[in-house]
Write a protein that binds this ligand. Structure first.
Ligand SMILES: NC(=O)c1ccc[n+]([C@@H]2O[C@H](COP(=O)([O-])OP(=O)(O)OC[C@H]3O[C@@H](n4cnc5c(N)ncnc54)[C@H](OP(=O)(O)O)[C@@H]3O)[C@@H](O)[C@H]2O)c1
Length: 283
């Protein structure tokens, strides 16, 4: 039997690395999407060291650069003819306003718009799967978010909560709108909150800025390990129980209630059409 193929973004660290390790151990062919060759190769060695019946490979992609995402999509098309699982896991949070290569506010650009373009460019590969599953790693922080259509890139009044909250609300609205659009092709789309997980989210791995916070947080027992945090994504990717379940938001491997703004289908459609224009996919 041919191995199922899974693509994980942000696969070199935290939950993306834990997810890649687990899916490889379970027999998947895992494409590890990472932006840094060096960090990606180090992560690939860790995944390979676990063994298991699957395999892993590194594919470079900077989600803060639309041209890089387009090159990446071509690269993936050259490697596989079917994609069974896509896990949009990469994420950033920044106390200071930053921009992507294309001038997008960084969190909205990477967490939402980059994944929006990537997912759309890979959809044809998912349509050939008999059990295609798209998993969007969101966050309970969506509750603090609002889609600011007047100033989506937060040029005025930036703060980290508005930025991260908006990007994570966008993740959920995107997953719900996408689920409607791919329903006929038999692809399911779900989002999730992993809980509070001790990873290096927010650490600038170029400079190491922010490491101290994690050394301090590591002493608190309330945080899950990356493996525990990854368990809902692995469940959504691999459990037979999820076949046919779509448009849900999961927490601890269970469907979880969303608040009204995350279930607002008009906002989801408006965000979709705006995102198409931003990334150059609009007809
Ligand atoms: N940790 C939590 O408590 C928590 C709670 C709720 C939701 N989440 C969500 O969980 C997901 C995984 O985060 P984590 O906690 O595992 O953090 P993490 O260890 O910091 O992992 C984030 C990953 O995203 C990658 N990434 C960042 N910018 C990128 C870019 N421009 N292009 C490609 N990849 C990029 C990082 O790569 P580099 O190493 O190159 O930076 C890293 O591999 C995120 O979506 C986050 O929002 C986390």
């Amino acid at each position: 039997m041919t191995a199922k193929t899974a693509l994980v973004t942000g696969a070199n660290s935290g939950m993306g690395l834990a997810t890649s390790r687990e899916l490889t151990a379970r027999g998947y062919r895992v494409l590890m999407a990472c932006r840094s060759q060096a960090r990606g190769e180090a992560a690939l060695r860790q995944v390979e060291a676990v063994g298991g019946s699957g395999s892993a490979e590194l594919v470079l992609c900077d989600l803060a650069d639309l041209a890089s995402i387009r090159r990446f999509a071509d690269d993936v098309h050259g490697r596989v003819s079917t994609l069974d699982v896509l896990i949009n896991n990469a994420g950033v949070v920044s106390p200071k306003r930053q921009e992507t290569q294309d001038g997008f506010e960084l969190a909205l650009g990477v967490n939402h718009l980059g994944h929006f373009l990537m997912t759309n460019l890979l959809l044809d590969l998912m349509k050939t799967s008999s059990d295609g599953r798209i998993i969007v790693v969101a966050s309970g922080a969506y509750k603090a978010g609002k889609i600011d259509f007047e100033d989506p890139h937060l040029r005025q009044h930036y703060n980290v909560i508005r930025s991260y909250g908006q990007s994570k609300l966008a993740n959920i609205l995107f997953a719900r709108e996408l689920a409607l659009r791919v329903h006929e092709q038999g692809i399911v789309v779900n989002s999730l909150h992993p809980g509070a997980v001790l990873t290096q989210l927010g650490v600038n791995r170029g400079t190491g800025f922010g490491q101290g916070v994690y050394r301090a947080l590591g002493k608190l027992p309330a945080f899950q390990t990356p493996e525990e945090g990854a368990s809902t994504a692995v469940y959504l990717a691999d459990s037979p129980e999820v076949s046919g379940i779509s448009r849900e938001y999961f927490y601890r491997s269970q469907p979880h209630r969303l608040n009204r703004k995350a279930e607002d289908d008009e906002t989801a459609l408006r965000l979709w059409e705006w995102s198409e224009r931003e990334v150059g996919l609009a007809p």
